[in-house]
Write a protein that binds this ligand. Sequence first.
Ligand SMILES: Nc1ncnc2c1ncn2[C@@H]1O[C@H](COP(=O)(O)OP(=O)(O)O)[C@@H](O)[C@H]1O
Ligand SMILES: [Mg+2]
Length: 209
Amino acid sequence: MAGRDEAEGMRARDVGVTLGERRVLGGVDLRIPRAQVTGLLAPSGAGKSTLLRALVRLIEADAGSITLDGEDIRSFDARVLRRRVGFVAQTPAMLPGSVADNLRHGLDDLTDDALTDALHAASLDEAFAEREADELSGGERARVALARALTRGPELLLLDEPTAALDEGAAKRIGETLRSLCDRGLGICVATHDRHFADAWVDRREHLQ
Ligand SMILES: Nc1ncnc2c1ncn2[C@@H]1O[C@H](COP(=O)(O)OP(=O)(O)O)[C@@H](O)[C@H]1O
Ligand SMILES: [Mg+2]
């Protein structure tokens, strides 16, 4: 049987989004296959964040189709969709408390081992579990947000400008982390206007407009 690993991942066709009175996106096509890093490249204001949010139904597209392995995403319960497709926002909010509290939020049955795995997969030492979330640096915070998405066991991961506030070293660690996740079969989409990051870490490019 053809397994999910070989299946197509996410696909947007002719997608349109209107926010308030504004037609923010129209006629957008995008593909996010598994086991590759897809760069969603466009200048600021082009609609990258809007598109990523539509892919996990934080906003609803009003034209075109968005599918996950061929199934319309509107046919999934939104929580199921967001478990399968992780989303890391550009400025991830941290809840008060420790990193472990943040990872456990909404997932009370997360085991210690699963928590440690998620931290490791995000290139964080397990000692991070006890750190106060609001005392983390920008790079650490980005990786905690990534770990939090990974605790849900996603098949695809969407990251909105993950290196926006990071220095070169921290951006490189994010790139290396994404590469190792991708080697494990995750499909990754990174919205970015950071050309250096894209040149170094992206396997395939999708452009908006
Ligand atoms: N809630 C909103 N209402 C109206 N326009 C919006 C809203 N949010 C974003 N926009 C506009 O949509 C366009 C695309 O924004 P965005 O998706 O954030 O682009 P990017 O992530 O590529 O910088 C921008 O022109 C922005 O001003
Ligand atoms: Mg954006």
